[in-house]
Design a protein around this ligand. Structure first.
Ligand code: SF4
Length: 611
Protein backbone atom coordinates (compact mmCIF):
# COMPACT_ATOMS: atom_id res chain seq x y z
CA UNK A 1 0.00 0.00 0.00
CA UNK A 2 1.25 3.45 -0.92
CA UNK A 3 2.48 5.25 2.19
CA UNK A 4 1.35 8.71 3.24
CA UNK A 5 -1.99 8.65 1.48
CA UNK A 6 -5.38 7.76 2.91
CA UNK A 7 -6.07 6.37 -0.56
CA UNK A 8 -9.17 8.32 -1.46
CA UNK A 9 -10.62 11.76 -1.94
CA UNK A 10 -14.21 12.72 -1.28
CA UNK A 11 -16.24 14.19 -4.11
CA UNK A 12 -19.23 16.14 -2.84
CA UNK A 13 -21.88 17.41 -5.24
CA UNK A 14 -23.65 20.13 -3.29
CA UNK A 15 -26.44 20.38 -5.87
CA UNK A 16 -27.53 16.77 -5.56
CA UNK A 17 -26.17 16.04 -2.08
CA UNK A 18 -24.28 13.06 -3.51
CA UNK A 19 -21.05 12.18 -1.66
CA UNK A 20 -18.73 9.59 -3.15
CA UNK A 21 -15.13 8.48 -2.70
CA UNK A 22 -12.71 8.93 -5.56
CA UNK A 23 -9.39 7.17 -6.03
CA UNK A 24 -6.43 8.35 -8.06
CA UNK A 25 -3.84 6.18 -9.83
CA UNK A 26 -0.39 6.06 -8.22
CA UNK A 27 1.15 7.43 -11.40
CA UNK A 28 -0.88 10.65 -10.98
CA UNK A 29 0.11 10.94 -7.32
CA UNK A 30 3.77 10.43 -8.14
CA UNK A 31 3.64 13.17 -10.77
CA UNK A 32 1.52 15.71 -8.82
CA UNK A 33 1.88 14.54 -5.17
CA UNK A 34 -0.89 16.39 -3.35
CA UNK A 35 -1.86 19.84 -2.06
CA UNK A 36 -1.73 22.57 -4.69
CA UNK A 37 0.13 20.32 -7.13
CA UNK A 38 -2.61 17.72 -7.16
CA UNK A 39 -5.10 20.57 -7.32
CA UNK A 40 -3.48 21.73 -10.56
CA UNK A 41 -3.92 18.25 -12.02
CA UNK A 42 -7.53 17.97 -10.83
CA UNK A 43 -8.30 21.43 -12.20
CA UNK A 44 -7.63 19.99 -15.64
CA UNK A 45 -10.45 17.51 -14.96
CA UNK A 46 -13.02 19.66 -13.18
CA UNK A 47 -12.51 23.37 -13.97
CA UNK A 48 -13.25 25.37 -17.10
CA UNK A 49 -10.77 28.25 -17.42
CA UNK A 50 -13.26 30.59 -19.07
CA UNK A 51 -16.09 30.07 -16.60
CA UNK A 52 -17.11 32.24 -13.68
CA UNK A 53 -15.48 31.17 -10.37
CA UNK A 54 -18.96 31.17 -8.82
CA UNK A 55 -20.51 28.94 -11.50
CA UNK A 56 -21.92 25.93 -9.62
CA UNK A 57 -19.95 23.37 -11.67
CA UNK A 58 -16.62 25.03 -10.83
CA UNK A 59 -14.70 23.11 -8.16
CA UNK A 60 -13.52 24.10 -4.71
CA UNK A 61 -10.93 21.68 -3.38
CA UNK A 62 -9.37 21.08 0.02
CA UNK A 63 -6.25 18.97 -0.39
CA UNK A 64 -3.54 17.50 1.83
CA UNK A 65 -0.14 16.16 0.81
CA UNK A 66 1.48 12.76 1.33
CA UNK A 67 3.35 13.98 4.42
CA UNK A 68 0.25 15.47 6.06
CA UNK A 69 -0.76 13.58 9.17
CA UNK A 70 2.58 11.73 9.38
CA UNK A 71 5.32 12.25 12.00
CA UNK A 72 7.17 14.63 9.62
CA UNK A 73 7.87 18.02 11.22
CA UNK A 74 5.54 20.94 10.43
CA UNK A 75 3.32 18.75 8.26
CA UNK A 76 -0.10 19.97 9.37
CA UNK A 77 -0.84 22.21 6.41
CA UNK A 78 -3.46 21.87 3.71
CA UNK A 79 -4.25 23.68 0.46
CA UNK A 80 -7.46 25.15 -0.88
CA UNK A 81 -7.78 25.52 -4.64
CA UNK A 82 -10.42 27.22 -6.81
CA UNK A 83 -10.58 29.76 -9.60
CA UNK A 84 -10.10 33.09 -7.85
CA UNK A 85 -12.95 35.62 -7.90
CA UNK A 86 -10.39 38.31 -7.05
CA UNK A 87 -8.01 37.70 -9.95
CA UNK A 88 -10.07 35.58 -12.35
CA UNK A 89 -7.19 33.09 -12.66
CA UNK A 90 -5.72 30.14 -10.75
CA UNK A 91 -6.42 30.51 -7.05
CA UNK A 92 -4.63 28.65 -4.30
CA UNK A 93 -4.20 29.24 -0.60
CA UNK A 94 -2.18 27.26 1.90
CA UNK A 95 -3.29 27.08 5.51
CA UNK A 96 -1.52 25.93 8.64
CA UNK A 97 -3.19 24.46 11.70
CA UNK A 98 -4.43 20.99 12.50
CA UNK A 99 -7.34 20.74 10.08
CA UNK A 100 -5.27 19.14 7.30
CA UNK A 101 -3.78 16.39 9.44
CA UNK A 102 -7.19 15.75 11.01
CA UNK A 103 -8.75 15.33 7.56
CA UNK A 104 -6.06 12.78 6.72
CA UNK A 105 -6.73 10.99 10.01
CA UNK A 106 -10.43 10.99 9.14
CA UNK A 107 -9.49 8.82 6.17
CA UNK A 108 -9.36 11.24 3.24
CA UNK A 109 -6.63 12.94 1.24
CA UNK A 110 -8.91 15.77 0.21
CA UNK A 111 -12.41 16.94 -0.60
CA UNK A 112 -13.63 18.21 -3.97
CA UNK A 113 -16.81 20.27 -3.87
CA UNK A 114 -18.84 20.91 -6.99
CA UNK A 115 -22.39 22.19 -7.36
CA UNK A 116 -24.30 24.59 -5.18
CA UNK A 117 -26.59 23.82 -2.28
CA UNK A 118 -30.04 25.42 -2.12
CA UNK A 119 -29.68 26.01 1.61
CA UNK A 120 -26.61 26.61 3.80
CA UNK A 121 -24.87 23.36 4.75
CA UNK A 122 -21.71 22.11 6.38
CA UNK A 123 -19.88 18.88 5.73
CA UNK A 124 -19.18 16.69 8.73
CA UNK A 125 -16.42 14.13 8.19
CA UNK A 126 -16.03 11.67 11.02
CA UNK A 127 -13.54 8.81 10.86
CA UNK A 128 -14.25 7.56 7.37
CA UNK A 129 -17.84 8.73 6.98
CA UNK A 130 -19.23 12.03 5.74
CA UNK A 131 -22.60 13.77 5.67
CA UNK A 132 -24.04 17.18 4.85
CA UNK A 133 -25.75 18.97 7.72
CA UNK A 134 -28.15 21.93 7.62
CA UNK A 135 -26.25 25.13 8.47
CA UNK A 136 -29.13 27.64 8.45
CA UNK A 137 -28.51 28.46 12.09
CA UNK A 138 -24.81 29.16 11.37
CA UNK A 139 -25.30 31.48 8.38
CA UNK A 140 -24.30 34.97 9.49
CA UNK A 141 -22.04 33.80 12.31
CA UNK A 142 -18.36 34.62 12.56
CA UNK A 143 -15.71 31.96 12.18
CA UNK A 144 -15.03 31.55 15.91
CA UNK A 145 -18.72 31.17 16.71
CA UNK A 146 -19.11 28.67 13.88
CA UNK A 147 -16.26 26.55 15.14
CA UNK A 148 -17.57 26.78 18.73
CA UNK A 149 -21.04 25.69 17.61
CA UNK A 150 -19.71 22.63 15.80
CA UNK A 151 -17.50 21.45 18.65
CA UNK A 152 -20.34 21.98 21.12
CA UNK A 153 -22.82 20.08 18.98
CA UNK A 154 -20.63 17.27 17.63
CA UNK A 155 -17.68 16.96 20.00
CA UNK A 156 -14.57 18.87 20.98
CA UNK A 157 -12.31 16.74 18.77
CA UNK A 158 -13.78 18.24 15.61
CA UNK A 159 -11.58 20.74 13.80
CA UNK A 160 -13.43 23.20 11.61
CA UNK A 161 -12.59 25.10 8.47
CA UNK A 162 -15.23 27.71 7.70
CA UNK A 163 -16.21 31.05 6.25
CA UNK A 164 -17.52 34.13 8.01
CA UNK A 165 -19.91 36.81 6.76
CA UNK A 166 -17.43 38.02 4.11
CA UNK A 167 -17.56 34.67 2.33
CA UNK A 168 -21.34 34.50 2.62
CA UNK A 169 -21.57 38.00 1.13
CA UNK A 170 -19.34 36.97 -1.80
CA UNK A 171 -16.70 39.59 -1.04
CA UNK A 172 -13.82 38.79 -3.42
CA UNK A 173 -11.34 39.26 -0.55
CA UNK A 174 -12.99 36.60 1.62
CA UNK A 175 -10.87 33.81 3.06
CA UNK A 176 -11.37 30.49 4.85
CA UNK A 177 -10.43 30.16 8.53
CA UNK A 178 -9.48 26.90 10.24
CA UNK A 179 -8.85 25.80 13.80
CA UNK A 180 -11.24 28.10 15.66
CA UNK A 181 -9.58 30.86 17.64
CA UNK A 182 -6.13 29.87 16.42
CA UNK A 183 -7.47 31.22 13.12
CA UNK A 184 -5.27 29.64 10.49
CA UNK A 185 -6.17 31.22 7.17
CA UNK A 186 -6.39 29.99 3.61
CA UNK A 187 -6.13 33.66 2.98
CA UNK A 188 -5.48 34.79 -0.52
CA UNK A 189 -7.54 35.10 -3.66
CA UNK A 190 -11.09 35.22 -2.31
CA UNK A 191 -11.59 31.47 -2.00
CA UNK A 192 -13.94 32.07 0.96
CA UNK A 193 -16.33 33.72 -1.49
CA UNK A 194 -16.26 30.62 -3.71
CA UNK A 195 -17.21 28.61 -0.62
CA UNK A 196 -20.00 31.11 0.11
CA UNK A 197 -21.27 30.86 -3.47
CA UNK A 198 -21.76 27.14 -2.89
CA UNK A 199 -23.68 27.86 0.34
CA UNK A 200 -21.05 25.81 2.16
CA UNK A 201 -20.46 27.25 5.62
CA UNK A 202 -17.93 24.80 7.04
CA UNK A 203 -16.10 21.52 6.77
CA UNK A 204 -15.60 19.86 10.15
CA UNK A 205 -13.30 16.87 10.52
CA UNK A 206 -12.46 14.30 13.18
CA UNK A 207 -10.46 11.10 12.96
CA UNK A 208 -7.84 8.78 14.34
CA UNK A 209 -6.89 6.72 11.29
CA UNK A 210 -3.17 7.28 10.79
CA UNK A 211 -2.00 6.93 7.19
CA UNK A 212 0.39 4.07 6.42
CA UNK A 213 4.12 4.87 6.50
CA UNK A 214 6.46 2.79 4.36
CA UNK A 215 9.53 3.04 6.61
CA UNK A 216 8.22 4.19 10.01
CA UNK A 217 11.34 3.55 12.11
CA UNK A 218 13.76 5.30 9.77
CA UNK A 219 11.33 8.19 9.40
CA UNK A 220 10.98 8.61 13.15
CA UNK A 221 14.75 8.53 13.56
CA UNK A 222 15.29 11.12 10.83
CA UNK A 223 12.61 13.40 12.25
CA UNK A 224 14.01 13.05 15.79
CA UNK A 225 17.49 14.01 14.61
CA UNK A 226 16.25 17.23 13.04
CA UNK A 227 13.56 18.23 15.53
CA UNK A 228 16.01 19.68 18.05
CA UNK A 229 17.79 21.76 15.42
CA UNK A 230 14.52 23.06 13.93
CA UNK A 231 13.20 23.91 17.42
CA UNK A 232 16.45 25.68 18.32
CA UNK A 233 16.63 27.70 15.11
CA UNK A 234 12.95 28.57 15.38
CA UNK A 235 13.18 29.91 18.93
CA UNK A 236 12.97 33.55 17.76
CA UNK A 237 9.76 32.79 15.88
CA UNK A 238 8.38 31.03 18.94
CA UNK A 239 9.22 33.94 21.22
CA UNK A 240 8.24 36.86 19.01
CA UNK A 241 6.28 35.41 16.07
CA UNK A 242 6.79 36.23 12.41
CA UNK A 243 6.49 39.94 13.18
CA UNK A 244 9.86 39.65 14.93
CA UNK A 245 11.06 40.54 11.42
CA UNK A 246 9.42 43.96 11.40
CA UNK A 247 12.41 46.00 12.61
CA UNK A 248 15.13 44.33 10.49
CA UNK A 249 12.90 44.21 7.41
CA UNK A 250 12.11 47.91 7.76
CA UNK A 251 15.82 48.65 8.11
CA UNK A 252 16.68 46.65 4.99
CA UNK A 253 14.05 48.47 2.91
CA UNK A 254 11.98 45.31 2.54
CA UNK A 255 8.93 46.44 4.52
CA UNK A 256 6.83 48.93 2.54
CA UNK A 257 5.22 52.00 4.06
CA UNK A 258 2.60 54.55 2.99
CA UNK A 259 1.22 52.54 0.07
CA UNK A 260 4.72 51.83 -1.24
CA UNK A 261 5.75 55.47 -1.54
CA UNK A 262 7.20 55.93 1.96
CA UNK A 263 10.82 55.66 2.98
CA UNK A 264 11.99 54.81 6.47
CA UNK A 265 9.39 54.23 9.18
CA UNK A 266 11.72 53.29 11.99
CA UNK A 267 9.75 54.22 15.10
CA UNK A 268 6.55 52.80 13.65
CA UNK A 269 8.26 49.48 12.92
CA UNK A 270 9.36 49.23 16.55
CA UNK A 271 5.88 50.06 17.81
CA UNK A 272 4.22 47.27 15.80
CA UNK A 273 7.01 44.68 16.17
CA UNK A 274 6.75 41.14 17.43
CA UNK A 275 8.68 42.16 20.52
CA UNK A 276 5.99 44.68 21.40
CA UNK A 277 3.26 42.19 20.58
CA UNK A 278 4.82 39.63 22.94
CA UNK A 279 5.45 42.21 25.65
CA UNK A 280 1.94 43.65 25.59
CA UNK A 281 -0.52 40.97 24.52
CA UNK A 282 0.95 37.48 24.09
CA UNK A 283 -0.62 34.68 26.12
CA UNK A 284 1.23 31.82 24.45
CA UNK A 285 2.67 30.68 21.13
CA UNK A 286 0.54 28.31 19.06
CA UNK A 287 1.66 25.37 16.96
CA UNK A 288 0.34 23.71 13.81
CA UNK A 289 0.28 19.92 13.82
CA UNK A 290 3.75 18.35 14.28
CA UNK A 291 5.37 21.78 14.61
CA UNK A 292 8.28 22.38 16.98
CA UNK A 293 8.61 26.08 16.09
CA UNK A 294 5.31 27.63 17.17
CA UNK A 295 5.16 30.94 15.31
CA UNK A 296 1.41 31.37 15.97
CA UNK A 297 0.27 33.98 18.50
CA UNK A 298 -2.49 33.58 21.05
CA UNK A 299 -3.12 37.09 22.33
CA UNK A 300 -5.46 38.90 24.67
CA UNK A 301 -6.12 42.60 25.16
CA UNK A 302 -7.50 43.31 28.61
CA UNK A 303 -7.68 47.10 28.74
CA UNK A 304 -8.12 50.17 26.59
CA UNK A 305 -10.46 50.72 23.64
CA UNK A 306 -9.76 47.27 22.20
CA UNK A 307 -10.17 45.27 25.41
CA UNK A 308 -11.83 41.95 24.70
CA UNK A 309 -9.75 40.98 21.68
CA UNK A 310 -8.83 37.36 22.30
CA UNK A 311 -7.51 34.75 19.89
CA UNK A 312 -4.98 34.70 17.07
CA UNK A 313 -2.67 37.70 16.93
CA UNK A 314 -1.34 39.29 13.75
CA UNK A 315 1.57 37.87 11.79
CA UNK A 316 4.25 39.93 10.02
CA UNK A 317 2.10 40.43 6.92
CA UNK A 318 -0.76 41.65 9.09
CA UNK A 319 1.19 44.23 11.07
CA UNK A 320 3.07 45.43 7.99
CA UNK A 321 0.08 45.72 5.65
CA UNK A 322 -2.49 47.00 8.15
CA UNK A 323 0.15 49.03 9.99
CA UNK A 324 3.14 50.25 7.98
CA UNK A 325 1.32 50.47 4.66
CA UNK A 326 -1.17 52.90 6.20
CA UNK A 327 1.28 54.36 8.74
CA UNK A 328 -0.86 53.08 11.60
CA UNK A 329 1.44 52.50 14.58
CA UNK A 330 -1.25 51.60 17.14
CA UNK A 331 -0.54 47.91 17.75
CA UNK A 332 -3.73 47.31 19.75
CA UNK A 333 -5.79 48.71 16.87
CA UNK A 334 -3.95 46.45 14.43
CA UNK A 335 -4.72 43.47 16.69
CA UNK A 336 -8.39 44.49 16.69
CA UNK A 337 -8.41 44.84 12.90
CA UNK A 338 -6.68 41.48 12.51
CA UNK A 339 -9.21 39.90 14.86
CA UNK A 340 -12.10 41.30 12.82
CA UNK A 341 -10.54 39.93 9.63
CA UNK A 342 -10.27 36.50 11.26
CA UNK A 343 -13.82 36.49 12.56
CA UNK A 344 -15.38 37.92 9.40
CA UNK A 345 -13.22 35.61 7.28
CA UNK A 346 -11.45 38.18 5.14
CA UNK A 347 -7.87 38.25 3.88
CA UNK A 348 -5.87 40.55 6.13
CA UNK A 349 -3.20 41.06 3.46
CA UNK A 350 -5.49 42.24 0.68
CA UNK A 351 -7.50 44.28 3.18
CA UNK A 352 -4.29 46.06 4.22
CA UNK A 353 -3.48 46.74 0.56
CA UNK A 354 -6.90 48.06 -0.35
CA UNK A 355 -7.12 50.30 2.73
CA UNK A 356 -3.74 51.88 1.91
CA UNK A 357 -4.96 52.40 -1.66
CA UNK A 358 -8.11 54.09 -0.30
CA UNK A 359 -5.97 56.46 1.82
CA UNK A 360 -3.94 57.55 -1.17
CA UNK A 361 -7.10 57.96 -3.25
CA UNK A 362 -8.48 60.13 -0.42
CA UNK A 363 -5.29 62.18 -0.47
CA UNK A 364 -5.94 62.79 -4.18
CA UNK A 365 -9.51 63.96 -3.53
CA UNK A 366 -11.40 60.70 -4.05
CA UNK A 367 -13.73 59.00 -1.52
CA UNK A 368 -14.37 62.33 0.22
CA UNK A 369 -18.03 61.65 0.96
CA UNK A 370 -17.48 58.25 2.60
CA UNK A 371 -17.95 59.70 6.07
CA UNK A 372 -14.51 58.39 7.05
CA UNK A 373 -11.27 60.15 7.86
CA UNK A 374 -8.91 58.23 5.60
CA UNK A 375 -5.80 60.21 6.52
CA UNK A 376 -2.58 58.26 6.90
CA UNK A 377 -2.27 56.75 10.35
CA UNK A 378 -5.96 56.89 11.25
CA UNK A 379 -6.75 53.61 13.01
CA UNK A 380 -10.50 54.16 13.45
CA UNK A 381 -11.14 54.26 9.72
CA UNK A 382 -9.18 51.01 9.30
CA UNK A 383 -11.55 49.25 11.65
CA UNK A 384 -14.64 50.84 10.13
CA UNK A 385 -13.53 49.90 6.63
CA UNK A 386 -13.17 46.23 7.56
CA UNK A 387 -16.82 46.27 8.68
CA UNK A 388 -17.89 48.13 5.54
CA UNK A 389 -16.00 45.78 3.22
CA UNK A 390 -17.40 42.68 4.91
CA UNK A 391 -20.99 43.88 4.79
CA UNK A 392 -20.66 45.74 1.45
CA UNK A 393 -21.65 49.06 3.01
CA UNK A 394 -20.84 52.41 1.35
CA UNK A 395 -17.37 52.46 -0.19
CA UNK A 396 -16.78 49.04 1.38
CA UNK A 397 -18.56 47.42 -1.55
CA UNK A 398 -16.13 48.98 -4.03
CA UNK A 399 -13.01 48.34 -1.94
CA UNK A 400 -14.02 44.74 -1.32
CA UNK A 401 -13.51 44.08 -5.03
CA UNK A 402 -9.79 44.65 -4.54
CA UNK A 403 -7.37 47.36 -5.63
CA UNK A 404 -7.45 46.57 -9.35
CA UNK A 405 -11.22 46.83 -9.77
CA UNK A 406 -11.55 49.72 -7.31
CA UNK A 407 -8.95 51.68 -9.25
CA UNK A 408 -10.68 51.00 -12.57
CA UNK A 409 -13.98 52.23 -11.17
CA UNK A 410 -12.48 55.33 -9.53
CA UNK A 411 -10.61 56.49 -12.61
CA UNK A 412 -7.38 56.33 -14.55
CA UNK A 413 -5.44 58.68 -12.28
CA UNK A 414 -5.64 56.14 -9.46
CA UNK A 415 -3.78 53.49 -11.50
CA UNK A 416 -0.57 55.28 -10.53
CA UNK A 417 -0.96 54.04 -6.97
CA UNK A 418 -2.99 50.85 -7.50
CA UNK A 419 -0.46 48.34 -6.20
CA UNK A 420 -1.28 44.83 -7.39
CA UNK A 421 -0.15 42.12 -9.81
CA UNK A 422 -2.86 40.35 -11.80
CA UNK A 423 -5.40 41.76 -9.35
CA UNK A 424 -3.68 40.48 -6.19
CA UNK A 425 -2.48 43.06 -3.67
CA UNK A 426 1.25 42.84 -2.90
CA UNK A 427 2.64 41.14 0.21
CA UNK A 428 4.84 43.26 2.49
CA UNK A 429 8.14 42.61 0.72
CA UNK A 430 9.52 45.28 -1.56
CA UNK A 431 10.81 44.22 -5.01
CA UNK A 432 13.06 47.28 -4.99
CA UNK A 433 14.95 45.81 -2.04
CA UNK A 434 15.29 42.26 -3.40
CA UNK A 435 15.42 41.84 -7.18
CA UNK A 436 14.18 38.26 -7.26
CA UNK A 437 11.05 39.21 -5.31
CA UNK A 438 9.79 41.36 -8.19
CA UNK A 439 10.32 38.60 -10.72
CA UNK A 440 8.56 36.20 -8.35
CA UNK A 441 5.57 38.54 -8.02
CA UNK A 442 5.33 39.09 -11.77
CA UNK A 443 5.32 35.37 -12.58
CA UNK A 444 3.54 33.89 -9.56
CA UNK A 445 0.55 31.89 -10.68
CA UNK A 446 -1.87 33.45 -8.22
CA UNK A 447 -0.82 37.07 -8.69
CA UNK A 448 1.56 38.92 -6.37
CA UNK A 449 2.82 36.34 -3.91
CA UNK A 450 6.12 36.14 -2.05
CA UNK A 451 5.65 32.52 -0.99
CA UNK A 452 5.34 30.96 -4.45
CA UNK A 453 9.07 31.60 -4.92
CA UNK A 454 10.19 32.84 -1.49
CA UNK A 455 13.43 33.64 -3.26
CA UNK A 456 14.15 36.81 -1.29
CA UNK A 457 15.52 34.77 1.62
CA UNK A 458 18.23 33.46 -0.74
CA UNK A 459 19.31 37.06 -1.36
CA UNK A 460 19.51 37.59 2.38
CA UNK A 461 20.57 34.72 4.62
CA UNK A 462 19.36 31.33 3.37
CA UNK A 463 21.36 28.82 1.33
CA UNK A 464 20.42 25.66 -0.56
CA UNK A 465 23.72 24.01 -1.57
CA UNK A 466 22.12 21.03 -3.30
CA UNK A 467 20.55 23.45 -5.80
CA UNK A 468 23.80 25.40 -6.20
CA UNK A 469 23.12 28.21 -3.73
CA UNK A 470 26.08 28.03 -1.37
CA UNK A 471 25.90 31.72 -0.47
CA UNK A 472 23.11 34.29 -0.54
CA UNK A 473 23.08 36.27 -3.82
CA UNK A 474 23.54 40.05 -4.14
CA UNK A 475 20.04 41.39 -3.56
CA UNK A 476 20.38 44.50 -5.72
CA UNK A 477 21.73 42.70 -8.78
CA UNK A 478 19.53 41.12 -11.47
CA UNK A 479 22.23 38.58 -12.28
CA UNK A 480 21.29 34.96 -11.67
CA UNK A 481 17.81 35.86 -10.48
CA UNK A 482 15.92 34.21 -13.36
CA UNK A 483 17.47 30.86 -12.43
CA UNK A 484 16.97 31.52 -8.70
CA UNK A 485 13.27 32.24 -9.15
CA UNK A 486 12.86 29.20 -11.43
CA UNK A 487 14.50 26.93 -8.84
CA UNK A 488 12.68 28.37 -5.86
CA UNK A 489 9.26 28.40 -7.53
CA UNK A 490 9.77 24.71 -8.26
CA UNK A 491 10.94 24.03 -4.71
CA UNK A 492 8.12 26.03 -3.09
CA UNK A 493 5.65 24.19 -5.33
CA UNK A 494 6.99 21.05 -3.68
CA UNK A 495 6.43 22.47 -0.19
CA UNK A 496 2.86 23.32 -1.24
CA UNK A 497 2.31 19.88 -2.77
CA UNK A 498 3.74 18.04 0.22
CA UNK A 499 1.79 20.53 2.41
CA UNK A 500 4.83 21.36 4.53
CA UNK A 501 5.62 24.60 6.31
CA UNK A 502 8.34 26.59 4.55
CA UNK A 503 9.81 27.76 7.86
CA UNK A 504 11.56 24.38 7.94
CA UNK A 505 14.14 26.05 5.69
CA UNK A 506 15.12 28.34 8.56
CA UNK A 507 15.55 25.21 10.67
CA UNK A 508 18.16 23.90 8.25
CA UNK A 509 15.94 21.48 6.31
CA UNK A 510 17.31 21.18 2.76
CA UNK A 511 16.19 19.43 -0.41
CA UNK A 512 17.90 16.07 0.37
CA UNK A 513 15.94 15.84 3.63
CA UNK A 514 12.66 16.58 1.84
CA UNK A 515 13.42 13.89 -0.75
CA UNK A 516 14.31 11.42 2.01
CA UNK A 517 11.16 12.11 4.03
CA UNK A 518 9.00 11.77 0.92
CA UNK A 519 10.59 8.41 0.10
CA UNK A 520 10.43 7.10 3.67
CA UNK A 521 6.74 7.96 3.88
CA UNK A 522 5.58 6.87 0.42
CA UNK A 523 7.98 4.02 -0.30
CA UNK A 524 9.05 5.60 -3.60
CA UNK A 525 12.67 6.11 -4.54
CA UNK A 526 12.64 9.61 -5.95
CA UNK A 527 16.00 11.25 -6.58
CA UNK A 528 16.49 15.00 -6.38
CA UNK A 529 15.95 15.48 -10.12
CA UNK A 530 12.60 13.71 -10.15
CA UNK A 531 11.62 15.54 -6.97
CA UNK A 532 12.37 18.96 -8.44
CA UNK A 533 10.73 18.00 -11.73
CA UNK A 534 7.45 17.45 -9.88
CA UNK A 535 7.70 21.04 -8.69
CA UNK A 536 8.37 22.21 -12.22
CA UNK A 537 5.44 20.18 -13.55
CA UNK A 538 2.95 21.52 -11.03
CA UNK A 539 4.11 25.10 -11.56
CA UNK A 540 3.58 24.70 -15.31
CA UNK A 541 0.18 23.05 -14.83
CA UNK A 542 -1.00 26.17 -13.02
CA UNK A 543 0.53 28.40 -15.68
CA UNK A 544 -1.28 26.43 -18.39
CA UNK A 545 -4.59 27.03 -16.63
CA UNK A 546 -3.78 30.74 -16.50
CA UNK A 547 -2.83 30.80 -20.18
CA UNK A 548 -6.24 29.28 -20.90
CA UNK A 549 -7.74 32.07 -18.77
CA UNK A 550 -6.05 34.57 -21.11
CA UNK A 551 -2.86 35.32 -19.17
CA UNK A 552 0.22 36.18 -21.26
CA UNK A 553 3.53 38.02 -20.97
CA UNK A 554 1.57 41.28 -20.91
CA UNK A 555 0.28 40.32 -17.48
CA UNK A 556 3.69 39.38 -16.05
CA UNK A 557 4.29 42.91 -14.87
CA UNK A 558 4.78 44.94 -11.72
CA UNK A 559 3.00 48.09 -10.54
CA UNK A 560 4.36 51.24 -12.16
CA UNK A 561 5.47 52.66 -8.81
CA UNK A 562 7.80 49.70 -8.22
CA UNK A 563 9.34 50.14 -11.67
CA UNK A 564 9.69 53.92 -11.73
CA UNK A 565 9.71 55.42 -8.22
CA UNK A 566 12.68 54.60 -6.01
CA UNK A 567 12.39 54.78 -2.25
CA UNK A 568 13.80 58.02 -0.94
CA UNK A 569 15.47 56.71 2.18
CA UNK A 570 16.74 53.53 3.75
CA UNK A 571 19.04 50.78 2.52
CA UNK A 572 17.05 50.23 -0.68
CA UNK A 573 16.89 53.94 -1.57
CA UNK A 574 17.53 54.67 -5.23
CA UNK A 575 16.84 51.11 -6.40
CA UNK A 576 14.13 49.95 -8.80
CA UNK A 577 13.03 46.53 -9.94
CA UNK A 578 14.92 45.42 -13.05
CA UNK A 579 12.08 43.22 -14.23
CA UNK A 580 12.74 43.99 -17.92
CA UNK A 581 16.21 42.42 -17.62
CA UNK A 582 15.10 39.35 -15.70
CA UNK A 583 11.85 38.38 -17.42
CA UNK A 584 13.16 37.32 -20.89
CA UNK A 585 15.88 35.24 -19.25
CA UNK A 586 13.28 33.70 -16.95
CA UNK A 587 11.07 32.68 -19.92
CA UNK A 588 14.10 31.09 -21.52
CA UNK A 589 15.06 29.17 -18.34
CA UNK A 590 11.44 28.03 -17.98
CA UNK A 591 11.13 26.88 -21.59
CA UNK A 592 8.28 29.31 -22.32
CA UNK A 593 7.80 31.22 -25.56
CA UNK A 594 7.92 35.01 -25.82
CA UNK A 595 4.23 35.23 -24.95
CA UNK A 596 4.88 33.37 -21.70
CA UNK A 597 3.34 30.06 -22.82
CA UNK A 598 4.97 26.75 -21.88
CA UNK A 599 6.32 25.27 -25.13
CA UNK A 600 4.96 21.90 -26.31
CA UNK A 601 8.32 20.13 -25.94
CA UNK A 602 8.50 21.25 -22.30
CA UNK A 603 5.05 19.83 -21.62
CA UNK A 604 6.00 16.53 -23.23
CA UNK A 605 9.23 16.40 -21.24
CA UNK A 606 7.23 16.94 -18.06
CA UNK A 607 4.69 14.26 -19.07
CA UNK A 608 1.71 16.54 -18.66
CA UNK A 609 -1.74 15.54 -19.88
CA UNK A 610 -2.37 19.12 -20.94
CA UNK A 611 0.36 18.73 -23.58
S1 SF4 B 1 6.29 27.48 11.99
FE1 SF4 B 1 4.33 28.50 12.30
S2 SF4 B 1 3.19 28.23 10.35
FE2 SF4 B 1 4.92 26.78 10.36
S3 SF4 B 1 4.06 24.86 11.10
FE3 SF4 B 1 4.91 25.97 12.88
S4 SF4 B 1 3.24 27.19 13.76
FE4 SF4 B 1 2.63 26.52 11.70
Amino acid sequence: MLGGYAGKLLKVDLSSGCIEPMELPEDVLRRYLGGCGLGAYLFGKFASPKDDPYAPHMPLMFLTGPLTGTPVLCSGRHSVVAKSPLTGIWGEASSGGKWGSTLKHAGFDGVIFIGRSEEPVYLLIDNGSAKLVDASQLWGLGTYETSDYITKRHGKDFVTSCIGPAGENLVPLACIISDGREARAAGRGGLGAVMGSKMLKAVAVRGNIAPPISHPEELRESVRELARMVARDGSGLREYGTSSGTVPLEASGDMPSKNWKGGRWQEGAKAISGMELSRLFLKKPTFCARCVIGCGRDIEITEGPYAGVSGAGPEYEGVALLGALSEVDDLAAICKANDLCNQYGIDVMSVGGVIAFAREAYEHGYLQDSGLDLSWGNADSMIELIEMITFKKGIGELLGKGVKVASKELGEETEEFAIHVKGMELPAHDPRAYQSVGLGYATSNRGACHLQAWSGIFENRATMPSLGYEQPLDRFSAEGKAKLVFDMQNLMSMFDSLSLCKYLIFGGVKVPTLVRWTNLVTGWSLDQDEFMEIGERTFNAKRLFNVQCGISSEDDILPKRILTQPKESGEAAGHLSQLDKMLPEYYSVRGWDDAGRPKPDLLHKLRMEQA
